[in-house]
Design a protein around this ligand. Structure first.
Ligand code: GLU
Length: 437
């Protein structure tokens, strides 16, 4: 083990959000790259805003992302004696004074505080610009400045990697450390802000910000982790799909950018799609099952795992998230397809009725394989002077209800002759009704 010791120090006042997850990941990457120690420290001194469910939620989300920690979780709420001792010491040495129940820290009137930030260079803050600040609240609870300073010293933290929103607090925390007798400083790395499309700080307005929402929407942990690694960092050759071992090997804090990082949902979807396609089919099937079995749009007893197995490789090629899987295969398990009316209106223009009639005639007798279905449908298309895709459209909408989905002939083959014919005839009857109106 190297001497490198880093920590992720979330305040459990909400779900782990993408910014926090990126901070956790960069700490983890730095520690793993250096063969150092990654510590989890829960900064739960704000008892009013802390909830136990967030404390456990943050840990389970970190585990889901594969960010295992070597020490902790330490909880500041269990270390109150250390902060009380430190406060006493600061009062005794005159660096702080009591005011009612609170303790306030007096920054020196002169001099400057300088620290090194690997991403931003040396930063100097004039001590005279800092006002007095509270280190123990009147409730007796320590504030961030005190608890953070005491713990980073106590835990031997060598590198402080965290969001740039904490930059303004750095000088104050360093002054507290110094007043407590620690002149040695950790190296800092303040990670760039995450922004939405409008370049404003990432917030709920830009879509989901809680990591759990991404898990619940069918993103794979590996894909999300890969994407998070690219928020402010990139491998030197610029590739986007980077296996985690490579990220660990190539990660350098010096390569993290100062510029705000754009949280790009499209890029995330693209990366997630790539990871889904890279799964062994059996894994894809296993990962998809919860999406097919929980709250399905079809009568649950209709679900047939063997039928899904047959379609799975084709579906896997076409989805960006696991949440998209049910809509790709619902036509196989619904008693009747749910017709998308926009798709219907687009696909059922003349000569759709004639195409459907010819398809029915051809499908009654053809051999029931995707190759044979392809062949006879091509003949139907040619018969009407249509491109194959044009002739497929009314057939696809009649059978699946949609204009997009897995390849048509494989879908027909799996659905079976009788159900295909029934659906084509139902569509044909509806067209006749529409014509009569
Ligand atoms: N607890 C602080 C927060 O969640 C982070 C403290 C730190 O990383 O230094 O904002």
């Amino acid at each position: 083990m190297s001497d490198v010791r880093v920590r992720f120090a979330p305040s459990p006042t909400g779900f782990l959000h993408v910014g926090g997850a990126r901070t956790a990941l960069f700490n983890w990457l730095f520690a793993r790259h250096a063969g150092g120690t990654f510590i989890l420290r829960i900064e739960d001194t704000d008892i009013e805003r802390t909830r136990e469910e967030w404390v456990t939620g943050i840990q389970s989300t970190l585990r889901w992302l594969g960010l295992d920690w070597d020490e902790g979780p330490f909880r500041q709420s269990e270390r109150a004696h250390l902060y009380a001792e430190a406060a006493d010491k600061l009062v005794a040495s005159g660096h702080a004074y009591r005011e009612g129940g609170a303790v306030r820290f007096r920054p020196p009137a002169e001099g400057a505080t300088t620290f090194t930030d690997v991403i931003r260079g040396d930063i100097t803050v004039d001590n005279s610009t800092l006002e007095e600040f509270v280190i123990v609240r009147s409730t007796g609870h320590p504030t961030f400045y005190l608890a953070n300073a005491v713990d980073d010293v106590d835990m031997g933290i060598t590198h402080v990697i965290r969001g740039e929103d904490l930059l303004p607090s750095t000088a104050r925390v360093l002054l507290v450390r110094e007043a407590l007798g620690t002149t040695e400083q950790p190296v800092f790395a303040h990670l760039p802000l995450l922004v939405g499309q409008d370049r404003q700080k990432l917030s709920k307005r830009h879509g989901d910000v809680a990591l759990e929402d991404y898990r619940d929407k069918g993103y794979l942990a590996e894909a999300l982790r890969n994407y998070l690694a690219l928020l402010g960092w990139a491998p030197r050759d610029g590739r986007e799909i980077v296996p985690i071992d490579d990220v660990v090997a190539e990660f350098r804090l010096e390569d993290v950018t100062k510029a705000a990082a754009f949280f790009d949902h499209q890029k995330l979807d693209h990366i997630n799609g790539e990871y889904i396609r890279a799964l062994p089919v059996a894994t894809f099937v296993r990962e998809s099952l919860p999406w097919l079995e929980t709250d399905p749009p079809w009568p649950p007893e209709n679900f047939d795992a063997d039928v899904f197995d047959r379609m799975a490789p084709l579906v896997q090629e076409r989805v960006k998230t696991l949440a998209e899987v049910p809509a790709m295969v619902d036509f196989l398990f619904l008693d009747e397809p749910v017709i998308d009316e926009k798709a219907w209106n687009k696909a059922m223009k003349p000569p759709a009725a004639d195409v459907l009639d010819d398809a029915v005639a051809a499908y009654e007798t053809t051999e029931w394989t995707s190759e044979a279905l392809h062949g006879v449908t091509l003949a139907v298309a040619v018969g009407h002077g249509l491109k194959l895709a044009k002739a497929q459209a009314p057939i696809r909408v009649a059978v699946t209800g949609r204009t997009v989905g897995p390849p048509l002939f494989e879908s027909l083959a799996v659905l079976g002759r009788q159900r295909v014919l029934d659906r084509l005839q139902a569509a044909r009857a509806r067209l006749a009704e529409q014509a009569a109106e």
